[in-house]
Design a protein. Structure first.
Length: 310
């Protein structure tokens, strides 16, 4: 860092005042020292308790040399519009970031996928990728000048926390950011399965099953008469809510049922199924009527039947 001849002030524990002799300047405190000769200033043992102030004798301009980034040291600042990106299997995901820097130099960008041992996804200078990509990322990576990463043909294994580092030669501190990516497969249409579409009143443990073929992170729910169904003393859902059990069937259970399945990127509902509940008294009437009809039929057949003559 070049400057004109300058004075340095050291605090708070100065053991001797800074002295300048023929353009050279030295100073010392209990925790730091400063030396200047001509156009260069060397600071040693700088701590948070030390501050330095140099002024150009010719221009009377001031240069503050801070001891931490918070005090104004040049650094790369990274921002991201969103910390969570939801991707679809086979689709694309844009891990968008932006950075700001006082330097006009090309940024050095590094993306890593957080694992027990971090996996380097890509490294670049600006938008130019350097080095060889891992086999699983070849032909699937595009990186932009601002640090944004585009992933093509998403795989389930791409899901995870991505960390980006951006550094520039002139900047003292590297900027860091992170974006979480989820990758899911859309759910397919579910179907409701039951042993029979009719059931007798007061029957016990009648079950309806909801199933689907494709989709990740599936969550199930049930509807009765088009309204959401929740656990109660008779209508019980399994822990994963795939199975609905009616512990004791009542006439009120005679209705239309359907199930829904959803995940972070999609949702589908099954075709409705009708459950018909018969009263036990109705069953007795049906059986009695059927029995009488069968008896009449048999009597008629017997009366009309004549043995053949030989």
């Amino acid at each position: 860092m070049a400057m004109e001849r300058c004075h340095a002030r050291l605090a708070p524990e100065t053991t001797g005042p800074p002295t300048g002799v023929g353009g050279s300047l030295t100073g010392q405190s209990a925790k730091s020292t400063a030396q200047s000769n001509g156009r260069s200033l060397l600071l040693k043992g700088v701590t948070n308790e030390t501050y330095q102030l140099c002024s150009s004798i010719q221009t009377e301009s001031y240069l503050v040399l801070p001891s931490s980034p918070a005090d104004g040291v040049q650094s790369v600042n990274i921002t991201s519009p969103g910390s969570l990106i939801r991707g679809t299997l086979g689709g694309e995901a844009l891990l968008s970031v932006r950075y700001s820097s006082t330097s006009s130099d090309q940024p050095v960008i590094k993306w890593q996928l957080k694992r027990d041992k971090p996996v380097t996804v890509v490294q670049s200078i600006g938008s130019e990728i350097i080095g060889n990509l891992r086999p699983e990322y070849r032909d699937r990576i595009l990186i932009y000048e601002n640090g944004t990463l585009l992933l093509h043909n998403l795989k389930l294994s791409d899901e995870g926390a991505y960390e980006v580092e951006i550094s520039i030669t002139d900047d003292t501190f590297t900027g860091e950011g992170s974006v979480n990516l989820t990758v899911d497969e859309p759910v397919s249409r579910p179907f409701v399965h039951m042993v029979a579409s009719t059931v007798l009143e007061l029957s016990e443990h009648f079950t309806l099953n909801c199933s689907h073929e494709n989709g990740t992170k599936a969550m199930y729910s049930w509807l009765k008469g088009g309204k959401p169904l929740a656990n109660d003393s008779r209508l019980q859902l399994s822990p994963d809510q795939k199975i609905l059990t009616i512990t004791r069937v009542l006439m009120a259970d005679d209705d239309i049922y359907s199930c829904s399945v959803e995940n972070p990127i999609s949702s589908m509902r099954s075709p409705p199924v009708k459950l018909t509940v018969y009263r036990r008294s109705s069953l007795y009437i049906i059986l009695t009527t059927g029995g009488i009809f069968l008896l009449i039929t048999l009597v008629t057949v017997c009366a009309c039947w004549k043995p053949s003559k030989k």
